[in-house]
Design a protein around this ligand. Structure first.
Ligand code: CA
Length: 350
């Protein structure tokens, strides 16, 4: 229902109020964005260090990100591991450490390995199927300097940095492929909820958003976990995952946003769903989605802003930031370059 005080919205507003408080400690150096816009470090400072490494998270924290993102998949022994893909070969050396452990499709699935095995792998900058760097200008892909880590370990790092710097960054875990996990006999939402509760992120005042592309997983999360946390419905494109039962076209309609507002505090759309015309010869034009979402009381956190991968028709990263954070007035952005967004927001407030 429009503008009704659902539990999710109350919980979100309570969390946001507390978050603002912890971001503004009396006499401390920390402070929220003067503009109130959230800088969400996508897989950490992944524009500079391999995604989802503790180093990338520490760098994002130091760059002034308001929230750090964690994608979460489960190991065979149901450890919550911070990893974007359900497979390992694009970001680790799994093929050389565990040859022969691929499934018939040639892929190495994290869920086929115990955590004691996964922790033996080194993590590298993302490569494509041919082994070439996905983002050639980023950290060298051949440097075996990093390791996988668990969600609990990452939350310990964030808490430690919050304590040692006096500046609190929130967390933004994503339940990855919940239906796929369920088909393997595992409940990723339940495990993530347990880790959050055990790590001090189970309360309504914790600076945390829980995100997923899967509506059913988000709807089930409060009851499965017993946690009342603000949820964010990610919105993809139906053409990306033709087999997926989530109807992302329907989610972007007023009726779809009304339904999302019943269980979530916000949406995480692909940024090109907010601004169209980002193609050769096109001129950027609002789709109206961000404004419509706001009328349903939903915050809007589009993904993913990359300074080294601008859409056609956009001349600079700053132009993209202007389009989304000013013209569309979104509440925050997922970005691989949190320093660039922070610096740009600071210029707005000066
Ligand atoms: Ca994610």
């Amino acid at each position: 229902m429009k503008d009704s005080g659902t539990w999710s919205r109350r919980g979100f507003l309570q969390a946001l109020a507390t978050f603002a408080t912890v971001m503004l400690p009396a006499g401390g150096a920390a402070r929220a964005s003067p503009t109130g816009k959230l800088v969400i470090a996508h897989r950490g400072a992944s524009g500079y260090l391999p995604e989802h490494t503790l180093a990338a998270k520490a760098m994002a924290h130091a760059m002034g990100a308001d929230f750090l993102e964690q994608d979460v998949v489960l190991s065979r022994d149901e450890v919550a591991v911070v990893l974007h893909d359900i497979t390992l070969e694009a970001t680790t050396n799994v093929a050389s450490v565990f040859p022969g452990r691929a499934r018939d499709d040639g892929r190495y699935y994290a869920i086929d390995f115990d955590w004691a095995e996964l922790r033996q792998l080194s993590v590298n900058e993302r490569v494509n199927a041919e082994g070439a760097a996905r983002y050639p200008l980023r950290f060298p892909a051949d440097a075996p300097l990093f390791r996988l880590h668990t969600l609990a370990e990452e939350l310990a790092l964030v808490r430690g940095l919050n304590s040692s710097t006096g500046r609190v960054a929130g967390i933004y875990p994503e339940l990855k492929a919940p239906r796929w996990h369920a088909a393997q006999g595992k409940d990723v939402g339940a495990v993530v909820g347990r880790v959050l509760a055990e790590s001090g992120y189970g309360g309504g005042d914790a600076p945390v958003f829980v995100q997923s592309f899967d509506a059913a997983a988000l709807k089930a999360f409060p009851e499965t976990t017993g946690l009342d946390l603000p949820l964010v419905q990610l919105i993809g494109e139906n053409r990306w995952w033709p087999e997926d039962p989530n109807d992302f076209d329907a989610m972007r309609t007023p009726a779809g946003l009304d339904a999302i507002a019943e269980y979530a505090a916000g949406i995480g759309p692909w940024f090109q769903q907010l601004v169209s015309g980002l193609e050769p010869g096109g001129s950027p034009a609002s789709t109206g989605l961000a404004g419509e979402a706001r009328t349903w009381g939903l915050v809007v956190h589009p993904y993913t802003l990359r300074a080294d991968q601008l859409p056609e028709g956009i001349a600079s990263f700053e132009q993209l930031l202007e389009l989304l954070l000013v013209e569309e007035d979104v509440d925050g952005v997922f970005t691989d370059h949190p320093d660039r967004v922070r610096a740009w927001l600071d210029t707005l407030s000066n």
